[in-house]
Design a protein around this ligand. Sequence first.
Ligand SMILES: Cc1cc2nc3c(=O)[nH]c(=O)nc-3n(C[C@H](O)[C@H](O)[C@H](O)COP(=O)(O)OP(=O)(O)OC[C@H]3O[C@@H](n4cnc5c(N)ncnc54)[C@H](O)[C@@H]3O)c2cc1C
Length: 382
Amino acid sequence: MQENQDIRDAIAAICQNFPGEYWREKDRERAYPTEFVDALTESGFLACLIPEEYGGSGLGITEAAVILEEVHRQGCNGGACHAQMYTMGTVLRHGSDAQKQQYLPKIASGELRLQAFGVTEPTSGTDTSRIRTTAKRDGDDYIINGQKVWTSRAEHSDLMLLLARTSPRDAGPKPLDGLSVFLIDMRSALGNGMSIKPLRAMVNHAATEVFFDELRIPVSSLIGEEGKGFKYILDGMNAERILIASEAIGDARWFIAKATEYAKERKVFDRPIGQNQGIQFPIAKSYAETEAAALMVQKAMKNFDAGEPCGPEANMAKLLASEATWAAGDMCMQTYGGFGFAEEYDIERKFRETRLFRTAPVSTNLVLSYIGEHILKLPRSF
Ligand SMILES: Cc1cc2nc3c(=O)[nH]c(=O)nc-3n(C[C@H](O)[C@H](O)[C@H](O)COP(=O)(O)OP(=O)(O)OC[C@H]3O[C@@H](n4cnc5c(N)ncnc54)[C@H](O)[C@@H]3O)c2cc1C
């Protein structure tokens, strides 16, 4: 029996109602899996990290990670709603009492969806210090101008956590000073200075571009102190990396289970293909790589829940899990031969979906650069 088996069983029971054909259709139409997100919200699992005093279940990152891993292990996809778990942390840690009282209970109950997180911009790339979206103070308001790209789920969210510049890049001692975080009510912003354009992509991730043209928001939208936004965002990144790594482990375990099952059943040259070590060994290798990566994810979540530093572990977990699932996806495609390409087996869709983990929310190179510079103390590159 695995740890948190009760949570795994409950998630597996929900996922039974959302089989491959459900996800296939959503993927084909690039449609949002509203029914799945509603089911997860109603079960309370999406609010697991919100403290009980605000209507959540006050669980740790370990339980949140188990939830998302199991969603993916069952062949479903948490991408439509996982941000609710970690974006909320910025409000929880840095929001005022009034903001927490106003938003967290409604997020916990599902009345408000906080799914959109606007950091990436077309011209800045990974160099967040160069974002160009600005927030200028004007009396009791801020006025927002600029553009975000790859803002997932913007069309399906009521609130957006937005990173914008409140003072120029060269005004403070460090380039990342002068960034601020805002919690924007997208319902009133839409059509009043904010517009959203869907971005058709390789995966069904509700990706969008969001444009701000003189959007006026009240000063009360600011989270924490002006100019400290990057630090607030950074604070949430370990949680995000651990949760994303867990999804990757779930995908890898799904690929391994699918490949194992198929290798036992599929007969070519009068024997199961899994009898050939050319098929068996890649599955075994994938299994070993995935279990090793899962141990790093566990180490990261244990440190996180104990309140200990976990930056190195969270980054290594994300790196190892995303590489393990990518290798497992390729192994699974190869095991299925031509049928791996057929939509009805779900392998090609999962293969596309799992590729995302090597790029977002942080790409492999940036994690390697973190390990090189911050753990191994190699010379700083940028
Ligand atoms: C489907 C999807 C959903 C997303 N959802 C969101 C979201 O909800 N909110 C959000 O804010 N963002 C989101 N993103 C954006 C995502 O976080 C970025 O795409 C990712 O962090 C990489 O940044 P970039 O695309 O700007 O790449 P770039 O910064 O342009 O980099 C391109 C490549 O060069 C590499 N590179 C850059 N600089 C260096 C260097 N110094 N050394 C070595 N290599 C380097 C990068 O690692 C990358 O491989 C999403 C992206 C995708 C594809």
